[in-house]
Design a protein around this ligand. Structure first.
Ligand SMILES: Cc1cc2nc3c(=O)[nH]c(=O)nc-3n(C[C@H](O)[C@H](O)[C@H](O)COP(=O)(O)OP(=O)(O)OC[C@H]3O[C@@H](n4cnc5c(N)ncnc54)[C@H](O)[C@@H]3O)c2cc1C
Length: 417
């Protein structure tokens, strides 16, 4: 049997794993990445590409449960769905989620989400400029569009809250909104523009990042699923894969929605449920939106990426496969047509489904394992795994190197559940 020796072994080569590899290599460490498939794919390639330091409110907020149940009464258009299952881990996750839908959880989540979001946004700008990545990176903000007075009022309320936390935001009445985004249909009556946000083509960015970490000396093992672990005396002695065993000084577990399955033998409590979403990518339309958009009432994202346009949406809890459901792709397209001008016939190039790794309190899990001294967990980034990648890469590197972290990671620690 082959035995590989590694300095830092990263399990999972999606947005989180590749960013960890990049910042580790920059700090002088050696990085090895193992992935069960190809790297730079996972759930990270087909997403909306929004880099959103403005997203400081977790998924678990007061009122979200009744709203989600109301959405489900209209299955054709609902942005939310959930699997019915008696799996005890799923039921426990749902209960923890419901318990976390309160104001004190929101207040607990804002500081780490804000710090990680700001750090990541700064790192994205620096990394893309330094490495000269051509990935359609645009610092034009994220523009929410609203069609109803009620939803616009909610948007303005959120804008006030964000402003208090230092997030730059413009509230736009109808004329100002149409002036800023000519692709909006007349039915759109207002908008909220988070001007510090940005967007890019995630597949291009991650492909360039994977190439860069290879050229910096990372060893990447693709089609190499982790199948188990050898543990002794509070350490992981070896990580078992189809390509042999890996011994490493430190191990970073960044397997996204698959993390609980990968970590099964380690008997760690990592309450991550997958939340499937979809995207459709088409050739540029005649009227391309100027900005990355979020369609307020319908929760659909729109991303112009150079010569392509992408729509993404839907959150289906506990669906673990990446089958594309044509009915929901059609629902996403229908929603977009309500808000912006798009060609009557779209030249769709790709439809895609990905799994968001979702925690019950809406915060990622980043920290050293309480059970194994040489294991760091970095997962649970839910709808923000692209956005929070470079910040996560930096703080994981600080943990590996036993340095003080850029901000307090204790709210994100593994043992909080
Ligand atoms: C429709 C949609 C839109 C989204 N839009 C955005 C957005 O605009 N902005 C944003 O920030 N986020 C967005 N997200 C969320 C984002 O895509 C995820 O949070 C992110 O992809 C998670 O990255 P990750 O590296 O943790 O996981 P992944 O990218 O899924 O990577 C995990 C890796 O682990 C590997 N793996 C699995 N099992 C094993 C094993 N046994 N051994 C070894 N490797 C294994 C997988 O092959 C995979 O490559 C969106 C998600 C969806 C679904």
């Amino acid at each position: 049997m082959t035995l590989h020796k590694a300095d830092v072994l990263i399990i999972g080569g999606g947005s989180i794993g590749l960013n960890c590899a990049y910042y580790l290599l920059k700090s002088g460490r050696k990085a090895t990445v193992v992935d069960s498939n190809e790297v730079a794919q996972g759930s990270s390639a087909g997403n909306a590409g929004h880099i959103v330091p403005s997203h400081i409110i977790p998924l678990a907020v007061p009122g979200i449960v009744p709203t989600a149940l109301k959405w489900m009464l209209d299955p054709k258009n609902s942005p939310f769905g959930m699997k019915v299952s008696l799996d005890p881990k799923y039921i426990s996750w749902l209960l923890q989620f419901v318990m976390a839908c309160n104001e004190s959880n929101v207040q607990r989540a804002i500081p780490p989400l804000n710090s990680l979001g700001q750090l990541s946004a700064k790192n994205f700008a620096q990394l893309i400029a330094e490495e000269k990545f051509d990935c359609h990176y645009q610092e034009k903000g994220l523009l929410f569009l609203y069609k109803t007075e009620d939803a616009f009022a909610g948007g303005k309320h959120e804008a006030d809250l964000m402003r208090k936390h230092g997030i730059p935001v413009d509230v736009l009445d109808k004329p100002a909104l149409h002036d800023r985004e000519p692709a909006a249909r007349d039915e759109v009556l207002g908008g909220v523009h988070f001007t510090g946000d940005s967007h890019l083509n995630p597949a291009l960015f991650l492909k360039l990042l994977a190439d860069r970490v290879r050229s910096m000396g990372a060893e990447i093992f693709e089609n190499t699923p982790v199948t188990g672990f050898d543990v002794a005396d509070g350490n992981i002695r070896a990580v078992k894969t189809g390509a042999g065993d890996f011994e490493a000084d430190q191990i970073v577990l960044a397997a996204g929605a698959w993390t609980p399955a990968v970590a099964h033998d380690l008997r760690l409590n990592i309450p991550v449920q997958s939340a499937r979403g979809y995207s459709l990518t088409m050739s540029a339309t005649k009227v391309m939106p100027r900005h990355a958009l979020l369609l307020g009432e319908r929760r659909v994202a729109v991303s112009p990426m150079g010569d392509v346009l992408r729509f993404t949406g839907r959150l289906e809890l506990s669906n673990v496969d990446t089958t594309v459901n044509a009915k929901h792709i059609a629902g996403i397209e229908r929603a977009v047509r309500e808000y912006i001008h798009v060609d009557e016939k779209l030249d769709i190039r790709e439809t895609w489904a990905g799994l968001r790794p979702t925690t019950p309190d809406g915060m990622p899990i980043i920290g050293r394992s309480p059970r194994y001294r040489n294991l760091i967990v970095a997962t649970g980034h839910a709808m923000l795994g692209l956005s929070l990648g470079p910040g996560t890469g930096q703080v994981v590197t600080e943990l590996v190197n036993d340095r003080e972290t850029t901000f307090d990671l204790s709210p994100l620690r593994v043992e909080r559940f």
